[in-house]
Design a protein around this ligand. Structure first.
Ligand SMILES: [Zn+2]
Length: 392
């Protein structure tokens, strides 16, 4: 008889031993190896960054020569080659010249370089009467109470068509409202500097987080969540490190999201839900792809801003543009950021956290160091509802 026999108990003991000791040990060993590999990779990346930073500092190489050096020697060739394909000095120079001339400001520093544009800072205000809904109000007590837009004086006259002056999109996504703090008083200190990273998470998110950790800084990430588990894990990492997460977009497709206010809301809601599902955070802050004034949102701009503001969401543009996503070199990024920060009050610095963003990683630590060492005594912090919005 096997059950109850000495042999049976021996097997039970061996089985339990395997379950309680051997399996956890093997699991720990695998985890340790993985962590070691990741640390080694990080170390290698940091060494390379340091090497190339020295080259940039010395100014011994032209942008093109430095670029070739990166390409030949970089471990992260994929990332750099992607950057290479987007590298377009003419676009950057044109933007810089336009800015210096004071005629217009570069507003579109997004990763989609094919859509890079410049536009006048004084926006034409347009209305889109065409998409405003006209409807007949039937008994809907809840709506009537909250909706002063109805001309309720004629509510009981069956002959009178009651016009809803509110656009139909206002009733979309009834839960999509931001929590606005009561008695909001903005922090008026002009020496605050806000590092902001658009378009993440990316394969460089960990590196950005690492630099922020080393210098004990908080920053802001305007994210493009793709709904994957990997993305959700990175969003949690950003949130757990105490940084601010704001919404950027789900698709980053200018043509699509700026086709109408409804289209924008649909995209925003997807990104908003993905951040909430991953982190439990209900974002109050956001950044429009391409900034609040761009060539793609002309038709809906004023309605869109009014609608997002009505829902309590606060958008931040920027007043310092690193031009990292325009293929700027180390020197260009470093000089531009420091110069524009010095000229700004409450500088909001635009940078990018995207897979082509190797050059951002190259310069980030030096920019942080220079800002911290500046005699003006900059205070680097994250954006919150208590920061007065910087808007175009
Ligand atoms: Zn973007």
């Amino acid at each position: 008889m096997y059950f109850g026999s000495v042999r049976f108990f021996k097997h039970v003991i061996v089985g339990v031993t395997i379950l309680l000791i051997v399996i956890p040990c093997v699991f720990c060993a695998i985890l340790a190896v993985k962590l070691n590999e990741a640390e080694a990779e990080n170390k290698e990346l940091r060494t390379e960054v340091a090497d190339y930073r020295v080259l940039g500092h010395k100014g011994e190489y032209s942008a093109e020569e430095l670029f070739d050096l990166y390409k030949e020697n970089l471990t992260d060739k994929d990332g750099f080659l992607k950057l290479a394909s987007e590298y377009d000095t003419s676009a950057y120079n044109a933007a810089a010249q336009t800015e210096e001339s004071g005629e217009a400001v570069p507003v579109n520093a997004e990763t989609d370089s094919s859509e890079t544009t410049t536009t006048s800072a004084s926006a034409a205000v347009t209305t889109t009467e065409g998409i405003k809904a006209v409807s007949i109000q039937i008994d809907d007590e809840e709506d009537e109470e909250e909706d002063p837009g109805f001309e309720t004086t004629a509510a009981h006259d069956p002959e009178v068509v009651i016009t809803n002056v509110h656009p139909a999109y206002e009733s979309l996504y009834p839960d999509l409202y931001a929590a606005v703090p009561e008695n909001l008083v903005y922090n008026a200190d002009m020496d605050y500097v806000y590092l902001t990273f658009d378009d993440g998470p990316s394969k460089y998110t960990d590196s950005i987080l690492e630099y922020l950790r080393i210098y004990d800084l908080k920053a802001t990430f305007f994210v493009v969540p793709d709904g994957t588990d990997e993305c959700a894990a990175k969003l949690r990492k950003i949130a757990n490190a105490g940084h601010t997460i704001g919404i950027h977009t789900a698709t980053h497709d200018y043509t699509k999201i700026y086709a109408s206010v409804e289209a924008y809301l649909e995209d925003f809601k997807i990104a908003y839900d993905r951040v909430y599902d991953a982190t439990g955070i209900k974002c109050n802050l956001f950044r429009f792809p391409g900034g609040s004034i761009n060539d793609f949102n002309k038709e809906i701009r004023s309605d869109l801003i009014a609608e997002m503001t009505r829902r309590g969401f606060v958008y931040f543009d920027w007043n310092v543009d690193s031009s990292d996503a325009l293929g700027a070199t180390w020197t260009e990024m470093y000089n531009t950021v420091l110069k524009q920060t010095a000229a700004a009050n409450r500088a909001v610095i635009l940078m990018h956290d995207y897979n082509g963003g190797w050059n951002t990683i190259l310069v980030l630590e030096d920019i942080i160091k220079a800002l911290l060492d500046d005699k003006r005594g900059y205070k680097l912090d994250k954006l919150t509802e208590y920061v007065k919005p910087v808007q175009f």
